[in-house]
Design a protein. Sequence first.
Length: 152
Amino acid sequence: MIERLIRALTGPAPTRSGDGPARMRLAVAALLVNAAHADDAFAAAERAAIRRLLATRFDLTDADVYALLQAAEQHADEASGLFRFVKDFVAHSPPEDRVWLIEMLWEVAYADGVLTPDEDALIRKVAGLVYVSDVERGEARRRVEQRLKRRP
């Protein structure tokens, strides 16, 4: 019981350094799931966007994406906040990857056709936690909007 409480407060035990890429992928997937849930509805379009983004970014098979998304949903439900996922992402990715995370979050937020204030606030919060400036966040948003306009 006490060990479970400690893990809930501090996160999982330290892992081998080889686990870094897997932890980073799980962190990204969980942050995307959190973005999808920010408006209290996980739409099919958001789920499809997350699957596409994970497969493309990490070069994963459909089975790998499915397993990663299942794990992300389970961990997102268990977590009490974004900090654990942000911490894993920052610890296991170079600084230049932080903007693409924000772009991925924008794509999920726009996937259902409606950007809610809660989704916008979540992206603003994550951007601050991963040290992406307001200017970079805004540029990422514009790039995503332009890509979405070009899609049929």
